[in-house]
Design a protein. Structure first.
Length: 463
């Protein structure tokens, strides 16, 4: 449902903003067409500038776990706004926020607020390096930890979608300190650790990857990762920017019952405002300035508006633990409906779900790591995306992202989505122009961008 006002705005935006957007995936490049410009959101819906209504499964990429503009967050913000917008000095709200995070996430004993998930992960690895006196880190192919230099090596999310999994502008020296292991493959980690003994400061991982689509880590893999980190004195960092307060009130670490040394947060803890945080063991966190020698700072860190919204969100979560049951029920209902559609239409596409995070992959393969994720046919996803959009369902405009269910999604929303999904998949079935690539050989992180940029499939199709 591309709309004329959105088109005009996109043209105007491109005159002043690189690519017309402030974050690349919003440009719809990987699905084609014109991005829709959003005017407002309420509950499970958003409206574009032309007045079209959509059921929103992006939810600002995760934070809107209660849907858009919940009254209790609006109220908290209005009250905070009366007192001023920023002081660059301590406020009581920051204590409330830190206490809530420490109470809800058991591995967090001290926590520092920042302004985004990117800042949280950048600060967490600096801290891990300062604490251990070691330089290298291990990250996993397809995981995305924001756009800090150290993480833009074989990264997921927009970096993957736009074909720059390893970004220009990252120095060779920085890149050489980031070692890449394979998700869910403990041997790949062991190899790196034994080759780089006493050089690795941290292993950072999304315990449920949400930036190569949704890909859960296996419990065995995470447990082994924990043991390796303990044995080798490596700081284990769970990047819970997406999963924190989303898959459980205590994040993925609660779900898996594994304690990382440090965790990073974002999204939900800001209640929709720009907030991030990193926290963990006291003995590591006390190395942060002003207690210790690892410098980290920010004028807007702990900003009173952001804290007010975050405190409201986390207080609601603390007082309503049943929301996770509700989210699970709604998401399972959606998953069941979508899977039934696929079965009925004879399409063996993989649908991954962890709690309220879902991803419809366009491949019949099991998706459990980066290599299997990129078997997904992004061209098909683009068609699927537009069919859904035409039916008033707003999905992530890229294959390698997560869709999010909120407590505001009604049964009617979910039923409408299931019907639209059936129709969209049916269209794919009927469209003879594509052939499902059951097995694609030759796709890797270096050449996948060719496919995205040219629209021509790389690799060998096996029909
Ligand atoms: N890459 C972000 C989600 N994984 C999207 C950021 C945005 O466009 O807001």
């Amino acid at each position: 449902m591309t709309t004329s006002k959105s088109k005009i705005l996109f043209k105007q935006a491109q005159m002043y903003i690189p690519g017309g957007v402030n974050s690349p995936v919003r440009a719809f490049k990987s699905v084609g067409g014109n991005p829709i410009f959003i005017k407002r959101g309420l509950g499970s819906k958003i409206w574009d500038v032309d007045g079209n209504e959509y059921i929103d499964y992006v939810g600002s990429w995760g934070p809107h776990i209660f849907g858009h503009n919940p009254p209790f967050i609006k109220k908290a913000l209005a009250e905070a706004m009366d007192n001023g917008t920023s002081f660059g000095a301590p406020t009581e709200l920051e204590i409330k926020m830190a206490k809530l995070i420490c109470e809800l996430v058991h591995s967090v004993e001290l926590v520092r607020m920042v302004n985004s998930g990117t800042e949280a992960t950048m600060s967490a690895i600096r801290l891990a390096r300062g604490y251990t006196g070691k330089d290298k880190i291990i990250k996993f192919e397809g995981c995305y930890h924001g756009h800090g230099d150290s993480f833009l090596i074989k990264a997921g999310s927009g970096a993957l979608t736009f074909g720059v999994p390893t970004s220009l502008g990252v120095t060779k020296a920085t890149a050489s300190d980031t070692l890449i292991a394979d998700y869910n493959d403990i041997d790949s980690v062991k190899k790196l650790v034994s080759k780089n003994r006493n050089k690795i400061a941290a292993i950072i991982i999304e315990p449920v990857a949400g930036n190569m689509g949704v890909v859960p880590a296996s419990k065995k893999f995470l447990k082994e990762l924990r043991s390796i980190c303990t044995e080798e004195k490596i700081v284990l960092i769970f990047d819970e920017v997406m999963t924190g307060f989303r898959v459980a009130s205590g994040g993925a670490q609660e779900l898996y019952r594994i304690k990382p040394d440090l965790s990073t947060f974002g999204k939900i803890i800001g209640g929709g405002l720009p907030v991030g945080a990193f926290g963990g063991k006291i003995e590591i966190m006390e190395k942060i300035s002003p207690l210790g020698p690892v410098y980290q700072a920010g004028t807007l860190s702990g900003n009173p508006l952001a804290m007010a919204a975050g405190v409201a969100a986390l207080t609601y979560i603390k007082n309503h633990p049943q929301i996770y049951k509700t989210l699970e029920e709604k998401s399972a209902y959606l998953e069941k409906g979508m899977k039934a559609n696929l079965k009925e239409l004879g399409m063996k596409f993989t649908l991954n779900r962890v709690g309220s995070m879902l991803c419809q992959f366009m491949t019949p393969s099991v998706v459990n790591d980066f290599k299997s994720a990129i078997k997904s046919d992004t061209g098909l996803y683009a068609k699927y995306f537009h069919s859904m959009l035409d039916k008033g369902i707003y999905l992530p405009p890229a294959q390698f992202e997560a869709m999010f269910v909120s407590t505001a999604n009604t049964k009617r929303d979910l039923d409408r989505t299931i019907v639209a999904h059936k129709d969209a998949i049916n269209k794919l079935v009927k469209n003879k122009k594509f052939s499902l690539r059951k097995l694609v050989e030759g796709i890797n992180s270096e050449n996948i961008h060719k496919e995205v940029n040219t629209g021509k499939p790389v690799g060998k199709e096996v029909l």
